[in-house]
Design a protein around this ligand. Structure first.
Ligand SMILES: [Zn+2]
Length: 207
């Protein structure tokens, strides 16, 4: 069981916010061959574990539940990707300072409403803390995602969300640089690629 849970895809969680890490689960979104990292229910569970929104125990229970209800489980990543793309477009609209599409906000709000119906408060060491119903719902990894997106959209961190400048990337990231001038989601991957491309273009111009 542990093997199936840990041998899945390895997710890049460098967006600086769980909402952005969720949005960044597809590579080359605008390219000819996007690479979907939430293609299966197992992928979604692996993401939830790596992002820290599912415990190993919850992940194990979900995998067993999915095995009992394969058709219902297969619908979850499809819905997750639809909602993810709506979240992406809402955040992109915010970055571009244009109003988001109401259909995208509706999709987000629908997911948020379903999630918040499962929100719970529980006693903690120094009072109470937000938590979730412990029911085995196949889409429970989406509850904290919806809440994280709502928190981000209503926080002053929203002004720090950027879109990667690499032409084929479009990942979102939180710019925590002092002057707010970071351009790439990842300097190693996208920054160097963009530099190499500029270098090649300069060579072509000279040739
Ligand atoms: Zn990038």
């Amino acid at each position: 069981m542990t093997q199936t849970l840990t041998s899945g895809p390895h997710f890049d969680l460098t967006g600086g916010h769980p909402a952005l890490d969720f949005v960044n689960t597809v590579d080359d979104r605008l390219g000819e061959h996007p690479q979907e990292h939430l293609a299966s229910y197992a992928d979604l569970v692996a993401w939830g574990q790596q992002a820290g929104v599912l415990t190993d125990e919850q992940a194990g229970r979900l995998v067993r539940e999915a095995a009992r209800h394969p058709a219902r489980a297969a619908a979850v990543p499809r819905r997750a990707v639809e909602v993810r793309e709506a979240i992406y477009r809402v955040l992109l609209a915010m970055v571009g300072e244009v109003p988001p599409a109401s259909a995208d906000l509706d999709a987000l709000n629908e997911t948020l409403a379903a999630a918040m119906a499962r929100a719970r408060i529980a006693p903690s060491a120094d009072g109470f803390a937000w938590g979730w119903s412990d029911e085995i719902a196949l889409d429970r990894m989406l509850w904290p995602v919806a809440r994280a997106v709502a928190d981000l959209l209503t926080s002053d961190q929203l002004a720090r969300v950027r879109v990667c400048s690499a032409h084929d990337c479009n990942w979102l990231f939180m710019d925590s640089s002092r002057n707010g001038s970071r351009r790439w989601c990842n300097m190693q991957a996208c920054g160097n690629r963009a530099k190499a491309r500029r270098f090649q273009q300069r060579r072509r111009v000279k040739a």
